[in-house]
Write a protein that binds this ligand. Structure first.
Ligand SMILES: [Zn+2]
Length: 334
């Protein structure tokens, strides 16, 4: 049981101002739970809000400030007891933001003001919730991430942006969480008992996917291949036959089988692509990504898969606009 778990209490950050004593305790317990789990990058509490610009966001900022104060008061930046001297710790501010809010006029500017001015944190965790992957939504997240980095000099990590995470890396966002399961972050989340069932399954029991399914990532399409289950098999067979994979976790010309093998393949392939777009300068990485995306679109057509989401292409457009580039007005998706 986590320290900040309050049995029976439903915390609704939009419902009203958090009581100061409750917020203090909540922030302290939250931090204790993370440091107790040996986090080297702790995060401030983050909640998916029903509205922006209201009491919910004030509560989030209060919790972030209180966590930062507690982090400093505990001198938590020093390595944990019995850990090596180089293993210093940091605190990142969590910004959970819904896609439909990110695209509203003014929301990004207010978040930049509020979180840019936050003291006592050394980076940001930007969690996209219910992002549609549309060009407008993804461009808004890209603008927030890149401008926060520019204004504060602190790194931003994004989470929940699906395949477009590669475009974030190419355009200079410090890090992304992509997951090896091809999952996207949905709110409300899956029920806990569903997740636990999923966790407790062995590879052998795992043929019938339920709850969180595991898609197969393939670099040739910059995303996941086909549907889950038998419906997706023809596409998986075809792409691995056409574009074999040398990850070593399965026969190179056959798709990985069962959850464990797929996860190991995904972990290799997603990391390899992340590395591919973080080496070299941003303009070169963006060009490389665009070339890969054009090939991916051809392969997707060949396999009768849907095209890359517009959001994928919106990141470099937003980045160019922030750099003051003249090419920014072209090719905007929605
Ligand atoms: Zn592989």
């Amino acid at each position: 049981m986590l320290d900040h778990h309050r049995p029976g209490l439903v915390l609704d950050p939009d419902a009203g101002d958090l009581r100061a004593d409750f917020a203090e305790l909540y922030a302290a317990d939250h931090l204790q739970a993370e440091l107790g789990a040996r986090a080297t990058i702790a995060t401030t509490p983050g909640h998916v809000l029903a509205h922006e610009g209201g009491v919910g966001r004030s509560n989030e900022l209060l919790l972030a400030r209180l966590t930062a104060e507690d982090f400093a008061a505990r001198r938590a930046a020093a390595p944990a007891p019995s850990r090596p001297a180089y293993e210093t710790r940091e605190l990142y501010a969590t910004i959970a933001l819904q896609g439909k809010h990110a695209m509203l006029p003014g929301v990004i500017e207010v978040l930049l003001d509020d979180y840019g001015a936050l003291g006592g944190v050394s980076g940001y965790l930007l969690m996209a919730a219910n992002c549609s992957q549309s060009g407008v939504q993804v461009a808004a997240y890209a603008t927030l991430a890149l401008r926060l980095q520019e204004i504060t000099g602190r790194p931003v990590v994004t989470f929940g942006l699906g395949d477009a995470h590669l475009a974030f890396l190419a355009s200079g966002v410090a890090a992304t969480c992509a997951g090896v399961h091809g999952m996207s972050f949905q709110f409300p989340p899956a029920e806990f008992d569903e997740l636990e069932e999923e966790e407790n399954k062995t590879d052998e029991e795992d043929e019938e996917e339920t709850g969180l399914g595991v898609y197969t990532y393939h670099p040739a399409i910059l995303g996941n291949v086909g549907r889950l289950g038998s419906e997706g098999e023809p596409a998986r067979e075809a792409i691995f036959k056409n574009q074999p994979c040398d990850c070593g976790h399965h026969r190179r010309d056959k798709p990985p089988q069962k959850k464990g093998e797929i996860v190991r393949h995904n972990s290799y392939a997603v990391s390899a692509d992340a590395r591919a777009f973080t080496s070299g300068d941003v303009l070169a990485a963006e060009r490389k990504l665009l070339a890969r995306a054009q090939n991916a679109e051809r392969m997707r057509t060949f396999l009768k898969l849907s095209g890359l989401k517009r959001g994928f292409f919106a990141v470099s457009v937003a980045a160019a606009r922030l750099r003051g580039g003249q090419d920014a007005a072209e090719g905007e998706g929605s």
